[in-house]
Write a protein that binds this ligand. Structure first.
Ligand SMILES: *Cc1c(COP(=O)(O)O)cnc(C)c1O
Length: 405
């Protein structure tokens, strides 16, 4: 059996989005910046797609360029990473001009945020990463306490990509609003999966990426509230109202609009269906001795199942599962050559050894109950096999080491 359970890494493109992609690429091949009819037809598709995405997110756009300062903006980027970077660097640049060089974020952000913040640190910014609880959720209070008169930006993700936990973004946004501090959220894992309304969430910036909800890869968007500073990362032409140079990736933009519209139309039913699969999978995996779910069981994305197994090394788990037809992820930053366990798992209090035995299975509406049964069986088998030759497991069994889970 082949089971794709890595939808948080990237989800298969929706047939409807692929169709839009092909139609747009073939029929609207003009450059939206061209003044002739072919170009203007392409521009119309661009603006319709923008309006359709804006309507899903509840942002108020205005086509009139002269009045752009009075309206929200939604600009297309190459993906979630670029959108996160642009929001953070824009707020930082604006803050630095006013002598405010403190940024508050969390210990569980995606590297697109964390590495951007690390770069700002080398430029004299003070970066405060607020810890999270063992439930994988940041405390609103801790964020509030960290904000002071030097703070130019708070950045808190809406849903975590490794453990799926949903953060109290609306509450944090309300605090930032009252303290007049810019607020960014990386909503890449959330858009298309849970309701996302930029006003209800009280955000100034929001980043999304199409390939996490069945759109194409290499395309995303950045929402910026009216008045929120926005500077380009890429200089060149006047595309995206001067905020993002480069000829627009129109087929991808149009396909993003199709994918998002479809995702939100069936959002509730999909979430119910996928949550049922998730719960079955969690119950099944909890039967494996010395295993634990990572992150709060309920305040998490419908499709996220993140586990730690004691006496296991994540990489071998993935390789054996791959042999059994299962596409999964360790949910860690473990790239070949790096043995650092995931910063997210360490942040929720998993010790190094335990964090190394991590597994992330991310489901969506294409997964079936039969697949979940197979996943439960395959993981149990593989865990038992690896433990059979694990020196750590032997030490745990003989009492030389104490079990943590
Ligand atoms: C995937 C992801 C990103 C990066 O998005 P890309 O489109 O791949 O650049 C950023 N943040 C989170 C939470 C993600 O899951």
């Amino acid at each position: 059996m082949q089971v794709y359970a890595d939808n948080a890494a990237t989800a298969k493109i929706r047939p409807s989005a692929l169709q839009t992609y092909i139609t747009t690429a073939t029929e609207f091949f003009g450059n939206p910046s061209s003044l002739h009819e072919v170009g203007q037809a392409a521009k119309e598709v661009l603006e319709q797609s923008r309006a359709s995405i804006a309507s899903v997110l509840n942002c108020k756009l205005k086509d009139d360029i002269d009045k752009e300062k009075d309206y929200d903006r939604l600009i297309f980027t190459s993906g979630g990473s670029e959108a996160d970077n642009q929001a953070i660097f824009s707020a930082a640049k604006f803050g630095a001009k006013k002598g405010k060089k403190k940024i508050i974020s969390t210990a569980i952000e995606h590297h697109a945020v964390l590495h951007a913040l690390e770069q700002l640190k080398t430029q004299g910014f003070e970066i405060v990463l607020v810890p999270v609880g063992t439930d994988g959720i940041v405390s609103v209070n801790e964020i509030e306490k960290a904000i002071d008169e030097n703070t130019c930006l708070v950045s808190v993700m809406l849903a975590n990509n490794e453990i799926g936990t949903i953060q109290p973004v609306a509450e944090i946004g309300a605090i930032c609003k009252s303290k007049k501090v810019l607020f960014h959220t990386d909503a890449v894992q959330a858009v298309g999966h849970i309701p996302v309304d930029v006003n209800a969430l009280n955000v100034d910036y929001l980043a999304l990426s199409a390939h996490k909800f069945g759109g194409p890869r290499g395309i995303g968007a950045l929402y910026a509230r009216k008045g929120a500073p926005l500077f380009p990362l890429i200089e060149g032409g006047a595309q995206e109202r001067g905020k993002r140079a480069g000829t627009e990736n129109l087929p991808a933009v149009a396909a993003t609009a199709t994918a998002l519209t479809e995702a939100v139309t069936s959002l509730k039913e999909t979430a119910e269906k996928v949550t049922a699969l998730r719960e079955k999978l969690i119950d099944g995996l909890l039967k494996i001795p010395h295993s634990a779910l990572n992150g709060d069981r309920n305040k998490r994305l419908a499709g996220n199942v993140s586990f730690c197994f004691e006496g296991i090394e994540g990489e071998s788990l993935l390789l054996y599962l791959s042999d059994m037809g299962v596409s999964a992820s360790s949910g860690s930053a473990c790239t070949s050559g790096s043995l650092d366990p995931s910063h997210v798992l360490l942040a929720i209090g998993r010790v190094h050894d335990v964090a190394h035995g991590s597994l992330r299975l991310t489901l969506n509406e294409d997964n079936t109950e039969e697949e979940v049964d197979y996943l439960i069986q395959a993981v149990a088998e593989v865990v038992q096999k690896i433990r059979g030759f694990s020196p750590v497991w032997r030490d745990l069994q003989s009492g030389k080491r104490n079990y943590i889970l």
